[in-house]
Design a protein around this ligand. Structure first.
Ligand SMILES: O=c1ccn([C@H]2C[C@H](O)[C@@H](COP(=O)(O)OP(=O)(O)OP(=O)(O)O)O2)c(=O)[nH]1
Length: 469
């Protein structure tokens, strides 16, 4: 019942009429996001972990016969993202995190897209993490997939848990009794209006603006909905558990039988479904077809081997940045930025040669109290009431709270949802960023308190702008 209701809400023909988008920008002719509700920190990290599970990989097709499922992982310290990981050919996401961060994992909080297996868990506990939170679907050692051995076991009852999963669960439960980390499920309901806001702002975002000539038979909204529903089906299959009974069986195995009691069980499934809907809308805002990041300028000083990201990687990273933008503190414009470095390491990690440098969104300085600083934009006559001198930009936050050095021998790629402004360009260049992936909305504009004039003349950096083919 609950499932049906939630699914129906997501279909375009059943949608509530859209809230009017404010079209009040005096500075640009593009639609603005409006003063939207924010994603909570927990939901942002959860969404990033789900999205990391789908990081593009060379042999990207997940083996449906494997008992081990891919997982995504976000490592957080003091509210800042320290690492983004996913399972690869050899290393699980948790193992990749141990390899990369080592003892730095002490006191970190981890957000997994599935409950990690005992092999990962023992190392993470040993490293001293303070919290391990996981999405309450099918765990890393799948309870829904049967291996060939299990198939051949005709005595198994239909809903029995495969032997490997059962053993892993026993070991996991034993490991959970270690007193150090808090191992839990952290899911929060979306704040009211956020689902609708994400739908509208994704449909109208700068990347969708590039698509008016994509297909004359479809309006932008129709194209957006087609993509969104395609993602919703795909993500639902991956992250949600089909039937209530199967889901309860899994929760009971994971020692989460408290969640199986009503109304908690329906709430849990509702919250999971809502987050999957948000992810589908955000991903649909950067469509996959006939569309990509095209190099406008190649940095002359760049050695040929320092090529940037593939189209799939660029799309994936810009969607990470779009997720981050929903935690903006700016009353009007959400901006997200993520920086990845391309090193020589390849192979066994899910992210291949890429490792995270930093993440950010635009916000007032850390430690600011609610409404402590001006929030007005250029329309406010009194310049002292304007926000521009107070907001720390997404790129500035990503550079400030970077988790590793920027190395001159590596390609270091900034993915940012808005064209970098003149305040950020010298920082980006000074930091040693070699590639920028962005939209060129607002480019070459001077808005008084904020201007976008320097991007065009920026040298020594490869610029990739999103556009249609
Ligand atoms: O490189 C940039 C440029 C801007 N911002 C943030 C800062 C500020 O929070 C917001 C300002 O956006 P905009 O230039 O669109 O100004 P506005 O006056 O708020 O919007 P508009 O002029 O379009 O009405 O975007 C960044 O994070 N990085």
């Amino acid at each position: 019942m609950v499932d049906r209701e939630i699914w129906d809400r997501a279909e375009p023909s059943h949608r509530r009429p859209c809230r009017e988008l404010r079209d009040s920008s005096t500075q640009t002719d593009s639609k603005i996001q409006g003063h939207g509700p924010r994603l909570s920190q927990v939901n942002l990290f959860t969404l990033l972990s789900l999205w990391m599970e789908m990081f593009p990989q060379e042999d990207s097709e997940e083996d449906d016969n494997s008992q081990i499922r891919m997982a995504g992982l976000v490592v957080v310290r003091e509210g800042k993202v320290l690492g983004l990981h996913c399972s690869g050919a050899e290393l699980h996401a948790g193992q990749a995190a141990v390899i990369q961060h080592g003892a730095q994992l002490e006191d970190c909080q981890l957000y997994f897209s599935r409950r990690p297996c005992a092999t990962c868990l023992k190392m993470l506990i040993n490293a001293g993490v303070s919290q391990i939170s996981f999405w309450p679907g099918d765990p890393e050692v799948s309870m829904l997939r049967s291996t060939l051995t299990n198939h051949s076991n005709c005595h198994s009852p239909p809903h029995s848990i495969p032997e490997e999963a059962a053993l892993d669960t026993v070991a996991t439960e034993k490991l959970k009794s270690n007193s150090r980390p808090h191992i839990c499920v952290q899911l929060q309901p979306l704040v009211p209006g956020l689902g609708q806001f994400v739908y509208e702002s994704s449909r109208d975002c700068d990347f969708m603006e590039k698509l008016p000539h994509y297909d004359h038979r479809l309006t932008r909204e129709e194209l957006f909905n087609r993509e969104r529903i395609r993602h919703l089906r795909d993500f639902s299959r991956r992250f949600l558990v089909g039937t209530c009974q199967q889901h309860k069986d899994i929760l009971i195995q994971m020692d989460l039988e408290n969640f199986c009691v009503e109304p908690y069980f329906s709430n849990l499934r509702h919250n999971m479904r809502e987050l999957v809907e948000v992810l589908a809308a955000v991903a649909a805002g950067v469509p996959q077809t006939s569309y990509g990041f095209y190099r406008e300028q190649r940095a002359p000083s760049l050695p040929p081997h320092q090529e940037g990201a593939s189209q799939e990687e660029a799309r994936h990273c810009i969607i990470q940045a779009r997720l981050l933008a929903y935690r903006t503190e700016d009353p009007k414009v959400g901006v997200g930025a993520v920086i990845w470095a391309k090193g020589k390491l390849t192979g066994s990690r899910g992210t291949g040669c890429l490792s995270l440098v930093g993440c950010g969104y635009n916000a007032y300085p850390a430690g600011s109290k609610y409404a402590q600083y001006p929030q007005m934009d250029n329309k406010q006559e009194d310049r002292q009431r304007r926000k521009y001198r107070f907001i720390v930009h997404a790129e500035q936050n990503a550079l400030t709270f970077r988790t590793r050095d920027i190395k001159p021998e590596e390609a270091t790629m900034l993915f940012v949802t808005k064209c970098p402004c003149d305040e950020c360009i010298p920082l980006i260049r000074g930091a040693g960023i070699t590639h920028i992936y962005t939209s060129d909305q607002d480019r070459d504009k001077d808005k008084g308190d904020i201007s976008y004039l320097k991007f065009s003349s920026l040298k020594d950096v490869s610029k990739y702008i999103v556009s249609t083919l």
